[in-house]
Design a protein. Structure first.
Length: 408
């Protein structure tokens, strides 16, 4: 940038009245402006070593030091706080950092400067290729042999040992063989090993009785010869729907129906699924579905199932078909027991006829074994128009109809 040089001229002094005479102004701070009065202060100034300054100070003789003004400014109004500003013209224009302009000093030296290698941080040419100097490179970019130091012809010691040296793992900072798990090769690992995260095995399945198995292998083995939810594009269900009775049952308009499902592994869930042997549509406001944890806490839900977004599609196919309703948002479920609860409000005879297990008895058994898990149930007197935030599992009734439900 082109900056004008100011100060250190024959007229660049600060004066002030003293006993009726004019005297020099010592150590006076002078600022610079673009107008005789008011205006804007020039603060983009540089001293002689290109350091930023916003003002200058007169010396003991009142002289202003040399400095550089703002870029492309050749005149400024000087203000020494005396009430009146004086106009200063530039002495010359200098391009800062551009390489033009007069040389003032070289490496801090003035006058007739003569530099040697040390002045510019270089090695004298007489030191190249000499003892105590620096090495040179040959035409191949290598240090010539004659400039390399002499090397010993034999090893004088190994790891500070001399004589007939025998090293072990400790001598070289290594782990003895047999005390570490190798990355490759056959090895027997003894003792109990605890992993901070689930180890990942190979993609192949075990072939002998004592080989560990992958999750995918276990999942497949668990349903060996049987159908699984995954075979039907589902994540979890109440039971194999092929075992249900072929004639569907109405869920009833009003109360909350409940079916338990079991997730064997964590999964992301996004949809409730049922099977209808027939459904012509027409669910009314107050219809909904919710997913509840084994403790009865709601973890996912649909919106109003009377709306187009959440109402299951009509089903008029021969033999029926799958119907479903999406969650309001996907849910990352851990493995465990969950309850699918739903309430459908409809005009008598128009609701979905839903697939169910054998439900001939007035109160078929819905609790099996030695746990208190109720596989099917109902809250017959509930009139909740939206999914409750929680269900009291202990208050679930032993419903007569055992409906099939699934999640996907």
């Amino acid at each position: 940038m082109a900056r004008a040089e100011f100060g250190a001229g024959v007229g660049d002094f600060v004066v002030r009245p003293s006993d009726g005479l004019w005297g020099v102004g010592q150590n006076v701070t002078v600022t610079f402006w673009d107008a005789a009065t008011d205006g804007n202060q020039h603060t983009d100034l540089l001293n002689t070593v290109s350091e930023p300054i916003s003002s200058v100070t007169s010396d003991e003789y009142g002289s202003l030091p040399r400095f550089y003004g703002p870029d492309n400014v050749t005149g400024m109004w000087a203000d020494a706080s005396g009430g009146v500003r004086a106009y200063m013209d530039a002495h010359s224009i200098t391009t800062i950092g551009g390489g033009s302009g007069a040389v003032e000093s070289v490496n801090g030296m003035t006058g007739m400067v003569e530099l040697v290698a040390e002045d510019v941080g270089a090695v004298p040419s007489t030191a190249a290729g000499t003892a105590g100097g620096v090495a040179t490179l040959d035409e191949n970019g290598l240090v010539p042999d004659e400039q390399l130091p002499a090397t010993a012809a034999v090893v004088s010691s190994v790891n500070t040992q001399t004589g007939a040296v025998i090293l072990d793992a400790d001598d070289v900072g290594a782990v003895p063989t047999g005390t570490a798990v190798l990355l490759t090769g056959t090895q027997t690992v003894a003792g109990v090993k605890t992993f901070s995260s689930v180890p990942v095995g190979p993609a192949s399945n075990p072939t002998t009785d004592n080989q560990l198995a992958r999750k995918a292998y276990i999942d497949a083995a668990a349903y060996a010869g049987e159908w699984s939810p995954a075979d039907h594009g589902l994540i979890g269900w109440a039971f194999d729907p092929a075992l249900a009775v072929s004639t569907g049952l109405f869920p009833g308009s009003g109360g909350i129906r409940v079916t338990a499902i079991r997730l064997r592994s964590a999964a992301s869930l996004a949809r409730f699924v049922w099977f209808a042997t027939g459904y012509a549509g027409g669910l009314q406001t107050g219809s909904w579905a919710g997913l509840y944890s084994s403790a009865g806490t709601r973890v996912a839900m649909t919106g109003d199932m009377s709306t187009a977004t959440y109402e299951p599609a009509e089903q008029h196919g021969l033999g029926g078909g799958t119907i479903s309703s999406p969650f309001t948002g996907a849910y990352s479920a851990a493995a465990g027991i969950y309850y699918v609860a739903w309430r459908m409000v409809y005009t008598a005879g128009t609701g979905p006829m839903m697939l169910a297990a054998e439900s001939g008895a007035g109160a078929p058994p819905n609790v099996f074994g030695y746990t208190a898990v109720r596989r099917f149930g109902v809250y017959s007197t509930s009139s909740a128009t939206t999914p409750p935030s929680s269900l009291v599992i202990a208050s679930m009734e032993n419903g007569a109809n055992r409906f099939w439900a699934a999640v996907a």
